[in-house]
Design a protein around this ligand. Structure first.
Ligand SMILES: Nc1ncnc2c1ncn2[C@@H]1O[C@H](COP(=O)(O)OP(=O)(O)OP(=O)(O)O)[C@@H](O)[C@H]1O
Ligand SMILES: [Mg+2]
Length: 494
């Protein structure tokens, strides 16, 4: 295959490189095998240049290495007879090089990129489920893994590296995927990981406080997301106007699809979708909507107004890609809630328990507001915050829990390298009356306490980890699952 010949592959960037037949492209030297192309970039925490010798010893046929100096661009060194080619700002063009290597799979399937602080996993999974119900093969890439829908393999990041994204898309295409829903994280946008990807549609859910350890302030964070809508190859653009940032962006995106669950009149947009009436039930909701594609009503078993927003974004996205309205309406009721997101356990004569992945102030607020609707007794909130990550959200989450829940149990999430008591103290600093909250560092103990003490009509929210099956202490992943623990407790509770 021509694209797997070094000389042809690099021609747009460096002319006259030697001919070498390449097997795979690898960013991690440990996974290099005979005849691979090793890519040495300056990463966030590691410098790939340190691993060039290891990659060559493992059989790399060639190496491309990042240089920040213009005079070194195109330089070719040989180490043990293996060409090492220097490319200026390699991380910026890596997505394009990998795209050429894997024959630009994003142009061959319908790829939908979803970005925003919360709702990416939910929306991408709804999109994939929905088209599957219409009879198409679909796939997802994101927090819960990559793969054909229902056959996911786990991944380390919400959005993979520039090389892995292209490789995965190629593999999904080869396995027959017709539509792929991809979560696009702000880290990935900042690090150019999807720079050369072609998106048939991109959707924005919302923006609120998160990841400020990385982006430093909300302006940088917003700008990283805005890049997807302003600097990438995209077809349809779908924006949630209920979010202030989305509303602001819509003024600069007149051809975007305007999505809202509010009653204000939609003006000046050719493509739009508006939920005009939402009726909530104990096990879901009915959503009446008007849109530029027609009007209708969908029944859903998703819980919470934020999920209605995710559902409307998914519906508008599929309509903008010309999936038929009547078929979408007919199948909506079969969409299943996403694992670990508002996953509800209702057992006869026991309190209702909800496991949710809320790990930002906005998500915790939305979830508690939604659950109040279903709660006739006391609303419990068991949560913690991750260590070594955005510390600013800790007091904010404490404050929200105090305002919206009746009983708070503060516990550990993934403490990583921090003292768990230090994290809980920072959460407590956001409470007006910190003495009213229970602090139980051991997550199993905290959840057991809440579920055992809760009364029949109480609702116990267990927030932060969703379907994760580990807790991170120091750098160790320890096997642990909120979902399994809740099931066990509900089975054994007298
Ligand atoms: N539209 C929304 N607005 C606010 N909160 C939401 C929304 N959708 C989901 N959430 C909350 O955020 C949590 C995470 O949802 P989801 O996994 O879909 O988000 P995500 O954007 O993929 O998050 P991550 O960045 O961790 O991958 C949910 O469990 C819920 O608490
Ligand atoms: Mg996600």
């Amino acid at each position: 295959m021509q694209t797997r010949n070094l000389s042809y592959l690099l021609a747009p960037w460096v002319p006259h490189t030697p001919h070498r037949t390449l097997r795979e492209m690898r960013l991690d030297s440990r996974s290099v095998l005979l005849d691979d192309l090793f890519v040495a970039v300056h990463g966030h925490s590691t410098n790939g240049h340190h691993f060039i010798s290891q990659a060559i010893n493992q059989g790399a046929a060639a190496v491309i290495a990042e240089t920040t100096e213009k005079r070194n661009h195109g330089k070719i060194n040989h180490i043990q007879g293996i060409p090492v080619i220097y490319i200026m700002n390699l991380s910026h063009c890596l997505s394009a090089i990998a795209g050429r290597f894997y024959q630009n799979p994003s142009q061959k399937l319908t790829l939908i990129g979803v970005t925003g602080t919360n709702g990416k996993t939910t929306t991408t999974h709804l999109l994939a489920q929905w088209v599957q119900l219409l009879g198409y093969a679909s796939a997802v890439m994101g927090t819960l893994g990559n793969g054909l829908y229902g056959k996911l393999w786990l991944t380390k990041n919400t959005t993979d590296s520039a090389v892995d994204v292209q490789r995965t898309l190629r593999s999904l295409f080869n396995h027959g995927a017709q539509l792929v829903g991809m979560e696009v994280s702000s880290h990935a946008l900042t690090q150019h990981r999807v720079a050369a990807i072609h998106f048939a549609a991109v959707a924005f859910t919302n923006l609120s406080h998160d990841h400020l350890d990385y982006h430093e302030n909300m302006q940088n964070y917003e700008y990283s997301k805005w890049k997807l809508f302003s600097q990438h190859q995209v077809g349809q653009i779908i924006i949630n106007s209920d979010n202030p940032v989305g509303n602001k962006w819509l003024k600069m995106l007149p051809s975007a699809v305007y999505v809202t669950t509010k009653s204000d009149k939609v003006k000046g947009f050719k493509k739009w979708l508006q939920a005009i009436k939402i009726t909530y039930y104990d096990d879901g909701a009915s959503v009446y909507f008007n849109s530029s594609w027609g009007n209708g009503c969908i029944d859903t078993n998703l819980i919470g107004s934020f999920n209605i927003s995710n559902l409307c974004i998914s519906l508008a996205t599929l309509l903008s890609l010309e999936y038929p309205l009547d078929m979408l309406i007919n199948t909506a009721g079969q969409l299943q809630p996403i694992t670990g997101r508002m996953q509800t356990f209702s057992v006869l004569n026991k309190p209702k328990v909800v496991v949710d992945y809320a790990h930002t102030p906005d998500a915790l607020e939305k979830v508690l507001i939604a659950l109040r609707h279903y709660c006739k007794g006391a609303l419990w909130c068991v949560f913690g915050c991750g260590g070594d990550r955005d510390k600013g959200k800790r007091p904010l989450m404490g404050k929200i829990a105090e305002q919206l829940a009746d009983i708070i149990v503060i516990t550990s999430d993934n403490p990583r390298n921090e003292d768990p008591y230090h994290i809980t103290d920072e959460i407590l600093s956001g409470l007006l009356t910190p003495g009213s909250a229970y602090v139980m560092i051991d997550r199993t103990q905290a959840i057991s306490y809440a579920i055992r003490q809760a009364q029949l009509h109480d609702v116990v929210l267990i927030a932060g980890k969703g379907s994760e099956n580990y807790q991170i202490f120091s750098t160790q992943n320890v096997s642990y699952s909120d979902l399994n623990l809740v099931l066990h407790l509900l089975r054994t509770l007298n």
